[in-house]
Design a protein around this ligand. Sequence first.
Ligand code: ZN
Length: 81
Amino acid sequence: MIIPRSTKKYKVKIPGGRTVTHFKKRKSSYARCKKCGAKLNRPKLSVEQLKRLPKTKKRSQRPFPELCSKCMREYFKEKVR
Ligand SMILES: [Zn+2]
């Protein structure tokens, strides 16, 4: 596994007396709307954790899950007009 240099590090004294460097896990960012940038109702988890979740918990069950509900509504209104 390749650890980027920007990863936060901290030293831990292990029971054997040695001091080892541990790397902090990076937090993932919120999923955002592609159009307006609003936060989407999606869990803030790493890719590894998201893999274990069912499909229905990773995105909304409506057309255009990458957009927020407002932008989706706007899109359909524009289409109809
Ligand atoms: Zn939006």
